[in-house]
Ligand binder design. Structure first.
Ligand SMILES: C[S@@+](CC[C@H](N)C(=O)[O-])C[C@H]1O[C@@H](n2cnc3c(N)ncnc32)[C@H](O)[C@@H]1O
Length: 231
C-alpha cells in the first residue's frame, strides 16, 4: 500500500521532514555535499518518489498502530502541529472515520534545512498548496483545515487531541504555542509529542506519561502523552 499522487516535489518534502527515509546513498552524499546542496539540488533530482512513498506509508502506519495502543482516535477534533505531509493524519482518516483535522504548519522550505534545536523557529519544510492537494488525493474532503503558522489567525475551538511528531519541543520550544494551547484545551484534551526534555513537562501538566524513546542521529527524544495544565 502507498499514498496517491506522491510526486517528486512531495517526495522531496517528505524526505526533508523525515530524513531517516534517505537511502544510505543519499545520506552519504548529504554528508559530502553539505546542507545547501542537499536541500536545493540533490533532493530535487536524485530521489525515487516510488520508494519514498512505500517507506513513508509504512512508517506512518507503524506510527499509527503504536499510538493506537495508547490513544483512542474515535470521533475526535484533532489538532496537528507540524504534521509534515500529513501521512499520519491520512492513515488515521483511512482507518477510523468521523475525525476532524486542523493542521498548523509552515509554508516554506528553508534554504538549507538544518536539523536539531531551532532556537528562533525559522526552519520550515512544507508547501501548503501541495499538502492540501495531497490530502484531497488521499480521501480527505470536508474534514480538514490547514493554517499557515506565520500568516493565519489560529483557530479558536476546543480540541480533543493535539499531535506533534518530531516537531513541537523536538525542534522548537513548546512555549511558542503555550498561550494558544491554554485557550483551546479542555480538561480532557490529550497531547502527544516528541520532546528532548520530558521532565520539563512534569512542571506544566498534571499527567505525563512517557510512551517511547527514540535515539536518532540528530538528537534523542521521548514521546510523551500529557493531560491537564497545572494552573
Ligand atoms: C521534522 S518535521 C516532522 C513532520 C511530521 N510531523 C512527521 O512526523 O513526519 C517538522 C515539521 O514541523 C514544521 N514546523 C516548524 N515550525 C513549526 C511551527 N512553529 N508550527 C507548525 N509547524 C512547524 C516543519 O515545516 C516540518 O514540516
Amino acid at each position: 500500500m502507498a499514498f496517491n499522487g506522491l510526486n517528486k516535489e512531495i517526495a522531496r518534502l517528505i524526505l526533508l521532514q523525515r530524513i531517516e527515509l534517505a537511502s544510505p546513498f543519499l545520506s552519504k552524499i548529504r554528508k559530502s555535499f553539505g546542507r545547501y546542496l542537499f536541500t536545493n539540488f540533490i533532493t530535487k533530482f536524485f530521489i525515487s518518489p516510488k520508494s519514498i512513498n512505500k517507506k513513508y506509508y509504512s512508517l506512518m502506519k507503524n506510527e499509527f498502530f503504536e499510538l493506537q495502543k495508547k490513544i483512542n482516535f474515535n470521533n475526535k477534533e484533532i489538532l496537528s502541529i507540524g504534521s509534515g505531509m500529513c501521512g499520519l493524519e491520512l492513515v488515521i482518516n483511512e482507518k477510523i472515520k468521523n475525525n476532524k483535522f486542523t493542521i498548523i504548519e509552515k509554508n516554506y522550505v528553508s534554504k538549507k534545512v538544518k536539523y536539531g534545536w531551532d532556537e528562533k523557529n525559522i526552519e520550515g519544510y512544507n508547501n501548503l498548496n501541495l499538502l492540501k492537494k495531497f490530502m484531497f488525493q488521499n480521501g480527505m474532503k470536508n474534514n480538514f483545515k490547514i493554517y499557515d503558522f506565520d500568516r493565519d489567525k489560529l483557530p479558536f475551538k476546543k480540541f480533543d487531541l493535539i499531535i506533534s511528531l518530531y516537531s513541537l519541543d523536538y525542534h522548537y520550544d513548546f512555549k511558542i504555542y503555550l498561550d494558544f494551547f491554554k485557550r483551546i484545551v479542555s480538561k480532557d484534551t490529550t497531547f502527544v509529542f516528541d520532546t528532548i526534555r520530558p521532565q520539563f513537562f512534569r512542571l506544566l501538566f498534571e499527567k505525563v506519561e512517557i510512551i517511547s524513546s527514540t535515539q536518532k542521529k540528530i538528537h534523542s527524544s521521548k514521546r510523551i502523552i500529557c493531560k491537564k495544565f497545572i494552573n
